[in-house]
Design a protein around this ligand. Structure first.
Ligand code: M6R
Length: 607
């Protein structure tokens, strides 16, 4: 997820671009840059780090001109560095990009074979080469060149392209990444989010999937990728700047819950090899035979993802797995060595306990794989291998999209390992991969039903405590549901393995205790239904999270939320969504500071 903005008019572009980028920094902040056209050529100024670094650089290297594009980056392909920052310039063409080009490796090889030289590790630079090549090969103008180049790329993207040869035009295109055009008097704008241009105009046109837009000072022409013109009426935005930053949602957490289908799709891009029923790990070559054991280390929500990972990897690859809290592992003189693969899971990549756990594991000779959402953060840099989630920046302190993308990354890893240990047949891998690819749609179905969770939050939200129950891979989801609720609503909640209930927590149950039970269809269904009966026999109120098509569950529970069916190993990726929504609405009902709950920090870089 990155932020993009373009301006064409008669005012100086740079201050407008920087103003827009400031509003977009929440979408990415590992590097930033602008390309501004003046007198026959565009000048690119870009650098690693926060926008402030770029502003400082621009005081030394000003970029004057009335047409320009700007970008703030959240790295996916290529580490954060000056060279990997956008815009990328190839010949007369400057490009900024939000999203992922899925077939970037094949395109890069093709372009290199025909003599192109690359200055960065990014997928974006490929598009600049493609557009430049189309102009050399006779495309009649920039719009035609972009249209032809688009035929070659697969993936999710919003591009904005500028050419020194046609300085009165910006061309932008959209597929699965947001793009909006802002309309002014004798000037126009393009951006990834309205928030970037609200200070300049409230009259906007939202660009749809598969559309290309040619923007000049006086006109905006929208076509599809074949060139058919589309008519679209502008809309007037009435959101405040703060609302706009949250995409119209009340809180970042709610926005991030709704972003999960996209985040999961982005995490799958370029990794699912349906032709060979396999998973590509971004070029990571793991010596699978060497590893007799896998040990996950992580904290908080990432620890819960790791617990689900234990089920996934043991089931699919039959490699023994242990899971440890990083803060415990680092101090207990763990027995760990060269036959172990330690997997460190961390959204931020900066959690101190996880970092120290890695150091301890490395000291003792283990190999370390990091799963992180932040390219080149400290944890991936410490690790031997890094595999990234592509959730984009997570602003809400309560982790949501980072969690589900971690589960997807671990599921991909489990399939990859399973194919190599021989534990996972091609046929089963095919089923799992096809189910993984269907997850974004199924997640959309769940978040579209958020209103039901809002009603349930009202019904149960006055309780003084909650119990969450689940078995096997739903047990970590019970823990995650309880963590989510307590961290943002300040209501005490416990997650428990359902089979353990009779060993203690059953004493808590009375008519005042809501019990959220994860009961998707699967081998433990009947056992969970018995637990649920035990709760109801003691007047406990049961909210069941079950599988669509389960017609019996209603007679065992007070309320039921149904989620779509999927492969057993992937069910946690769906069942957690209603719990996130429930926590959100309970907290919002109480009026707590949902995005920045008391006493909590997004990234825990201290002990
Ligand atoms: O950045 P990390 O994944 O390493 O962070 C770990 C925990 O601090 C984090 O998951 C925390 O528990 C969140 N607040 C959970 O919502």
């Amino acid at each position: 997820m990155c932020g993009i903005i373009g301006y064409i008019g008669s005012r100086q572009a740079t201050p407008i671009l920087i103003g827009g980028l400031r509003k977009l920094e929440y979408r990415g902040y590992d590097s930033a840059g602008v390309s501004v056209y003046s007198e026959g050529t565009s000048r690119v100024v870009r650098c690693r780090g926060k926008l402030a670094n770029l502003e400082e650089k621009l005081t030394r290297e000003p970029a004057a001109g009335t047409i320009g594009i700007g970008h703030t980056r959240w790295a996916t392909h290529g580490r954060p560095s000056d060279e990997n920052s956008h815009p990328h310039k190839v010949g007369p063409i400057s490009v900024i990009h939000n999203g992922i080009i899925e077939n970037h490796l094949a395109l890069r090889q093709e372009l290199q074979a025909s003599g192109s030289h690359f200055a960065s590790e990014t997928d974006t630079e490929i598009f600049a080469h493609l557009v430049a090549a189309q102009l050399v090969q006779g495309a009649e103008n920039l719009t035609a060149a972009v249209r032809r180049a688009l035929q070659k790329v697969r993936g999710s993207y919003a591009f904005v392209v500028m050419s020194d040869k046609e300085p009165g035009t910006l061309v932008a295109a959209k597929n699965s990444s947001p793009l909006v055009v802002g309309l002014g008097e004798g000037e126009n704008y393009v951006a990834s989010d309205v928030t970037a241009i609200l200070a300049e105009t409230r009259k906007v046109i939202f660009i749809d999937e598969g559309e290309l837009v040619t923007v000049t000072r006086e006109a905006v022409v929208i076509t599809d990728f074949e060139g058919k013109v589309k008519q679209r009426e502008p809309k007037i935005i009435t959101w405040s700047a703060v609302q706009a930053e949250k995409g119209g949602f009340k809180h970042f957490m709610l926005k991030e819950i709704h972003e999960q289908p996209r985040a999961v799709a982005d995490t799958l891009v370029g990794r699912v090899d349906l032709e060979n029923d396999d998973v590509l790990l971004d070029g990571i070559e793991l010596d699978v035979k060497k590893f007799k054991r896998i040990i996950f280390v992580a904290c908080g929500t990432s620890y819960h993802a790791s617990m689900v990972g234990e089920f996934m990897i043991e089931a699919l690859a039959r490699i023994p797995v242990e899971v440890d809290l990083a803060s415990e592992f680092r101090y207990r003189d763990p027995i760990v060595g060269p036959g172990d693969l330690v997997i460190a899971v961390s959204q931020s990549g900066e959690t101190l306990d996880t970092m120290e756990a890695i150091r301890e594991a490395k000291r003792k000779g283990a190999s370390v794989l990091a799963i992180s959402n932040v390219v080149e953060s400290s944890i991936p840099r410490l690790a031997d291998y890094s595999f990234y989630t592509h959730a984009g920046p997570e602003i809400g302190v309560a982790s949501t999209k980072a969690f589900t993308t971690q589960l997807v990354a671990i599921a991909l890893l489990a399939v990859h390992l399973g194919r190599r240990t021989g534990a996972l047949s091609k046929e089963r891998a095919r089923v799992l991969l096809s189910e993984l690819v269907q997850l974004p749609q199924k997640m959309t179905d769940i978040v579209d039903g958020a209103a039901q969770l809002q009603v349930l939050a009202r019904r149960y939200g006055k309780a003084h405590g909650f119990l969450f129950l689940g078995r096997s891979s739903q047990y970590p989801i019970a823990l995650e549901g309880a963590l989510k609720l307590k961290e943002i609503s300040y209501i005490h909640a416990e997650g428990y393995a359902a089979g353990e209930m009779k060993h203690g927590p059953i004493a808590l149950i009375d008519e005042h205790l809501p019990v959220v039970v994860l009961v998707p269809k699967g081998p433990h269904y009947e056992k969970i239904v018995s637990n649920l009966a035990e709760v109801r026999a003691r007047q406990g109120k049961v909210l069941a999270i079950a599988t669509k098509g389960d017609n019996d569950i209603g007679s065992h529970a007070d309320d039921v939320v149904l989620v779509p069916d999927t492969a057993l190993e992937l069910q946690p990726i769906l069942t957690v969504l209603p719990l996130q929504l429930l926590s959100y609405y309970v907290a919002d009902g109480k009026g707590t500071d949902v995005d920045q709950p008391r006493n909590l920090a997004k990234s825990v870089t201290v002990e």
